[in-house]
Design a protein. Structure first.
Length: 367
């Protein structure tokens, strides 16, 4: 029997993991934009805690594999020495604001698409189009110019990466591996403690399961691409779940199928859609929904465009930077995460105030 090529094997397993991700996200309503909306509109931090739990689980398992030599997270896109602070901030703000207009982040778009939401087809296509335009198309030169003007080469200051353990090691003189252990434990245990301090969260198995499963999937994806995909003849790029650039790649793959090769990112995009579809059908929750008005359509298109461009500038989305990037303990991921959250709250306030300035004033007026 002919052995399956490594790239095909990784993509196949990525598709299965995507199905689990999509089914879990649909069943538990795991959604960052929804979590921020709960905080702003109801003062409920329950779903946000599920997101924080996923981050903590991903940090623990990912750092454990890195410290034991199973994977080398320094090979990921998040830990390069090129510190793109402007892209993280501008892109994060754009993505966060855009997801409120589009009704959800990249992950939620795929989940809703699988469950029959026709709005998400438009968001999927526009997001993917603008992601690809920002990567290699019309917006690409502007992105490269922004990077040329703002990216800081940390190697000039003696740093090999933008990892928090390395940066703190230089400041404190403590060994990097020791700091990595301490930082991973402090952050993860701190987040887990905060999550379970909430009685509402403790009594919500659905949110607990969501955080644990999503966090584990992020870690397993690192193992899949970093260990199973570590082939001398057909190496697979070290990666985990993210949904902006892979959405653009997926659209290109569909258009150039005969001349393209499926990769881990494309496979996970398809898997999430299928997983959500299966769970929606199983629970009788598959519903065909469409736009309610032309204003609704325009709002989703603008939001999708902002997510596509912003997600590429920030090197990820609420999953790609918010959980996957954070699992590497990258400083840039922390900045992108905070920018996405700020942009998301700004967008939610904008929906109430219908003024960008008024939304900002309302945010700071309430602290």
């Amino acid at each position: 029997m002919e052995e399956l090529p490594v790239g095909t094997l990784v993509a196949s397993l990525g598709f299965v993991m995507g199905i689990i991700f999509g089914a879990t996200a649909h069943r538990t309503n795991f959604c960052t934009m929804g979590a921020l909306s709960d905080i702003v509109s109801m003062g409920s931090w329950n779903r946000f805690r599920a997101w924080l739990l996923a981050i903590s689980v991903a940090i623990l398992f990912s750092q454990l594999m890195h410290l034991n030599g199973l994977i080398d997270l320094n090979k990921s896109i998040y830990l390069t020495a090129n510190f793109g602070w402007a892209g993280a901030i501008i892109g994060g703000l754009m993505f966060g604001f855009g997801m409120t207009l589009a009704g959800g982040c990249g992950n939620k778009t795929l989940v809703r698409l699988g469950a029959g939401n026709m709005k998400s087809i438009v968001v999927f296509l526009i997001l993917g189009l603008f992601a690809y335009m920002t990567l290699r198309g019309f917006i690409g030169p502007a992105r490269l110019q922004l990077e040329a003007l703002t990216v800081i080469d940390l190697k000039e200051s003696g740093f090999a990466s933008q990892g928090l353990p390395e940066l703190l090691s230089a400041l404190t003189g403590i060994a990097q591996d020791s700091l990595r252990w301490v930082l991973a434990l402090v952050v993860a245990v701190g987040l887990i403690t905060y999550c379970f301090m909430g009685s509402e969260f403790r009594s919500s198995p659905r949110n607990i399961y969501a955080g644990i499963i999503i966090g584990i999937l992020i870690s397993v994806a690192w193992y899949l691409t970093g260990v199973i995909g570590n082939d001398n003849f057909e190496p697979v790029r070290l990666a985990s779940f993210t949904f902006v650039a892979p959405t653009g790649d997926s659209i290109q793959y569909l258009m150039t199928y005969t001349g393209s090769t499926i990769n881990f990112g494309i496979a996970t995009v398809g898997g999430v859609i299928v997983g959500s579809f299966l769970m929606a059908k199983l629970r009788g929750e598959f519903r065909v929904e469409s736009f309610t008005s032309s204003v609704d359509f325009i709002r989703h298109v603008i939001g999708a465009a902002m997510m596509g461009t912003g997600g590429v500038l920030a090197l990820g989305c609420t999953i790609g930077q918010g959980i996957t990037g954070m699992s590497t303990l990258a400083f840039g991921s922390l900045i992108a995460l905070l920018s996405i959250v700020f942009g998301g709250i700004w967008g939610l306030k904008y929906a109430e105030e219908e003024s960008l300035g008024g939304a900002l004033r309302e945010m700071f007026a309430r602290g």
